[in-house]
Ligand binder design. Structure first.
Ligand SMILES: Cc1cc2nc3c(=O)[nH]c(=O)nc-3n(C[C@H](O)[C@H](O)[C@H](O)COP(=O)(O)O)c2cc1C
Length: 217
């Protein structure tokens, strides 16, 4: 049962600060140059079985949608008119210090809040044509779009722009994963309704990409 859900245009407000887990600041230095990360990036579907750290989770979420310009609220991935139609939720199975469940990422404050309790990785894998990468990964990021956030300004280009933005966020996840010795893969083959239900997403928040992430040997 969802513990808290929001409406699409306005994700669930954090009920109280105690409900939120503030993530450590993202690492802003890594062992690889950008060029090395681009050259080494691959879709990786099998993982060692080790947990992710909160630092890993922090960097992945920051790369996907974190705030990189605190004054203007601009984020790591570009957005049409800076309207930010993307949401990132994460199905956590095995991340050190964080109980299994689905969580919503809030760029403001770099924190996550619980949506649904429990380890949903097996269900998420079934919803994604049984893809083993999702069952095995310690965590799977779900990049979703709220088309209505762009509709007033961009009309029937709202969906196109949102999908383009999901590509930017996904590529950032790939590159930060590569830099941290993690593997990920952009998964597009899944049942939208089932993923929405498992993740506890509100109506109007459409899952676009699943990104299972795990450590590689
Ligand atoms: C839109 C899109 C959907 C994809 N869906 C899946 C998927 O459902 N499962 C999967 O394992 N890989 C998926 N991939 C990853 C591709 O299979 C992968 O990018 C391709 O084989 C090239 O390998 P590389 O990413 O290592 O360069 C998808 C990639 C894109 C761009």
């Amino acid at each position: 049962m969802p513990l808290c859900t929001g409406v699409a245009d306005d994700p669930a407000p954090v009920a109280s600060l105690s409900d939120a887990i503030t993530l450590p600041p993202p690492d802003l230095e890594g062992p690889l140059s950008l060029e090395e990360a681009i050259a080494a990036r691959r879709s990786i579907r099998s993982y060692t079985g080790e947990p992710l750290s909160t630092a890993d989770l922090s960097s992945l979420l920051w790369a996907a949608q974190g705030i990189t310009d605190a004054n203007r609220g601009y984020r790591a991935a570009p957005s049409a008119g800076a309207h930010y139609p993307l949401e990132v939720t994460v199905a956590i199975g095995d991340v050190e210090g964080i109980a299994p469940g689905t969580y919503r990422y809030y760029p403001d404050g770099h924190r996550i809040t619980l949506i649904t309790v429990g380890d949903h990785r097996a269900a998420l894998s079934v919803a994604a044509t049984g893809q083993q990468s999702i069952a095995d990964a310690p965590a799977t990021l779900v990049i979703s779009g709220v088309y209505d956030r762009l509709r007033v300004r961009y009309g029937d280009r709202a969906e196109r722009y949102t999908l383009l933005e999901a590509g930017h966020a996904s590529q950032n996840c790939y590159l930060i994963a590569t830099s941290r010795g993690l593997g990920t893969v952009a998964v597009g083959a899944f049942d939208e309704g089932e993923v929405q239900e498992i993740m506890g997403l509100p109506a109007g928040e459409v899952p676009l990409y699943l990104m299972p992430v795990g450590r590689i040997g």
